[in-house]
Design a protein around this ligand. Sequence first.
Ligand code: NAP
Length: 479
Amino acid sequence: MQPYGHFIGGREVPAKESFEDLNPYTGDIFSLAARGDADDANAAVEAAREAFPIWSQLPPAEREKVMLNAADLLEENLELLREIIIDESGSTITKARGEVLYSASLMRAAAGESRRLYGETFPNDKPHRLSMVIREPMGVIAAISPFNAPLSLLVKMIAFALAAGNSVVSKPSEETPVVAVEFAKILHQAGVTPGAYNVVTGFGSDLGGALVEHPQVNGIAFTGSTSTGVRIAQSAVKSMKRMQMELGGKNPLIVLKDVDIEKAAEIAAVGAFFHGGQICMSSARIIVEEEIARPFAEALAKKAASLPLGDLRDPKTAYGPVINQRSLDKIQAHVDSARAEGAEILSGGEVHHGLVFKPTVIWEPPRTCAAWCEETFGPVTAIVSAKDFDEAIEIANESDYGLSAGILTNDMQRGLSAARRIHCGAVHIGMHSFQSDAMAPVGGIGMSGFGRSGGHYSVEHFTELKWISMELGETPNPF
Ligand code: NAP
């Protein structure tokens, strides 16, 4: 098996040391990936620093062309990337295909942003002075990404940063290095300046410090768990780096009594179980008005029990394995402790096979248990009843997280009122909590992080404003 290298300065750099990249569905070795160290991180930052003046000075139309080429090439390489995502991350064929296509659409959305680094002028109180504000790329961005959507989340983090003229060093999850290196090759083929986009693979513990504390890194884009985010932020703040932190969630889905119960259960099942719940925005806390709570819970449990689990290449398969044994153990522990604390398990609650956990619906857990309060990141959702709309909102807001929420109702006034009252980064009315859009500002509040990614919101994040003023006449001096 030919080991993968890093991608630095426009070429694949052989690994000094490799590690086994496992297929979570079969447990087999999928590939050998480069285990990077601080020297590799430093080499990637150096390459990015050297490329920055070239890439950032290209006419916007040139950067736009590269991004558009990359979008086309992503689509042309759909099969290659889809197969890697299936084998490396345990995604189903439907999810893997969707990721590649969404990545292409992110690239196209970012391409347009290359031309929109708008500035402004404003009146200056001093006579004869012109004040203007221009927007400039920051420099080198370190982008640290998670395993669960290994291509599209990585692309979302880097596409807009590149479009704005920054250069980037990516550190993908240790669970999904290969798709990141293949993507780097595609971007290179699309015409990106060598060194403007680099990938170093390996373990966060080996590479994290070197990237996050590197004096030549100007900004950090991090998507991952809250605990890692906090560690990175503590370290990055020492050198005052700009940070975008997209962290975990425990997202509420409110179901009001006016809904069609079967339809609501269908929507909730997607929100809770898509990619086995390994989605930061998955609908993990479902709050239902009490008149329909039990029938809704039973309908969701029935739907959950009917979800087909198995061959990842069968388009009917709902989801595959969780990423590793540690993750599976955490999921089982959350379910077991909810049960021990008095909750009823309406469906699932145990392993299906291998690392595949059965779709699990927990009924009325105590609102202090781990399955209700902490991110489980697995195919587990918990349902509690609320006596009315106001109580449902109160319960939704009882969380340290604040990423995304959904509300199912036919009453648009209540839907919009809920959207205003729920504390989080996004609220979806008539939908579950997991939604995506290349142009939308995605991000959270509280322990779900800060900063927004998507469309011009990303560009704003990865650019600095500069005030330039000019004396056009003779403003009197005080001396
Ligand atoms: P994770 O364990 O926090 O890892 C995320 C990334 O951080 C990985 O590349 C990881 O590398 C790296 N890392 C770990 N320790 C580091 C350190 N000390 N310095 C620098 N980098 C370090 O998260 P995950 O398990 O991959 O992903 C799941 C989490 O991501 C969930 O909590 C989920 O909610 C969150 N997420 C959030 C969003 C959002 O938009 N808000 C989207 C998707 C996922 P290693 O893999 O080598 O440890």
